[in-house]
Design a protein around this ligand. Structure first.
Ligand code: CP
Ligand code: NVA
Length: 302
């Protein structure tokens, strides 16, 4: 595995290998076992959008692995003044051992990988959020023990999270349902992939999607960069809220996952959020372990 650009690129075996390594690294950290697997390596972290979890977990994770993280805000980089990504890629490849990038267009991430000569990790684009979904799968396996026979349900915007969850969930063998309003469906490439699976369902009924689900996911109605559409989205997504009615339709032992930040009383009620805070914050913690596994896989020496 050379890069982590999107879930569509990963095989089931690669996903399971990352999750196994993530479990191992979590164990080592919890037991104070040093694990400097990236000693002397440096990771550049380019951010064109805000972040709490991604920035802090990558930065701390790189430190725990014995490496050196550099936070590179696009406000300070020449990329923010129009230097082409192709040139940035070729320059940074001469200084660093890996790049993590959070940006708008997926093409920018793919170009960075194509024109550079070092591993690239996608820390979120408008299209996908693979690091988050690897942490989510890790959390599901941690709480449920396995993926076989489980049903994952996503309710809300067919955004970067929906795109990645559908692909990730199907690849590890889960049934997947998504409830999204007309006009806010997941990306066509994701639906083309998912259509090959009998166990995938896209509906406009949140209750139908939640029926018998073991894991309920949701995400904000307006993602970063869509703040100007917040009002029209509040109207479009009315009824696409994870609340008591949704939880009643799901399996009685169902988990709730949210990538955070959460907007209480919009996509999820305060009550459901707090009732499932244990697994939601474990999910946030698992960003650290899953991303360390990804960094070791793409930047380690085998
Ligand atoms: N879930 C997530 O990626 O959080 P941040 O935007 O805080 O990094
Ligand atoms: N869909 C959200 C995810 C944030 C982690 C966004 O892109 O803003």
């Amino acid at each position: 595995m050379k890069h982590l650009l999107k879930m569509l690129d990963l095989s089931t075996e690669e996903i399971i290998e990352i999750l196994n390594l993530a479990d191992q690294l979590k164990y080592e950290l919890k037991h104070n076992i040093p694990h400097p697997r990236l000693k002397g390596k440096s990771l550049g972290m380019i951010f064109q959008k805000s972040s709490t979890r991604t920035r802090v977990s990558f930065e701390t994770g790189m430190y725990q692995l014995g490496g050196y993280p550099l936070f590179l805000s696009s406000h300070d980089l020449q990329i923010g003044r129009g230097e082409p990504v192709q040139d940035t890629a070729r320059v940074l490849s001469r200084y660093l051992d890996g790049i993590m990038i959070r940006t708008f267009e997926q093409k920018e991430v793919e170009d960075l990988a194509e024109f550079g000569s070092i591993p690239v990790i996608n820390g979120l684009t408008d299209f996908c959020h693979p690091c988050q979904v690897l942490a989510d799968l890790m959390t599901i396996r941690e709480f449920k023990g396995q993926f076989d026979g489980l049903k994952m349900c996503f309710i809300g915007d067919g955004n970067n999270m929906a795109n990645s969850l559908i692909v990730g969930g199907l690849k590890v063998g889960m049934k997947v349902s998504a409830a999204c309003p007309e006009g806010y469906h997941p990306d066509k490439s994701v639906l083309d992939f998912a259509d090959k699976y009998d166990c995938f369902e896209l509906t406009d009924s949140p209750v139908k999607a939640a029926e018998g689900a073991d894991v309920i996911f949701t995400d904000v109605w307006a993602s970063m960069g869509q703040e100007g559409e917040a009002e029209e989205r509040r109207i479009a997504f009315k009824g696409y809220q994870v609340n008591d009615e949704i939880m009643a339709a799901a399996n009685s032992e169902a988990m709730v996952q949210h990538c955070l930040p959460a907007h209480r009383e919009e996509e999820i009620t305060e009550k459901v959020f707090e009732a499932h805070a244990k697994e939601i914050f474990e999910e946030a913690e698992n960003r650290l372990h899953a991303q360390k596994a990804v960094m070791v896989k793409v930047m380690g020496n085998g």
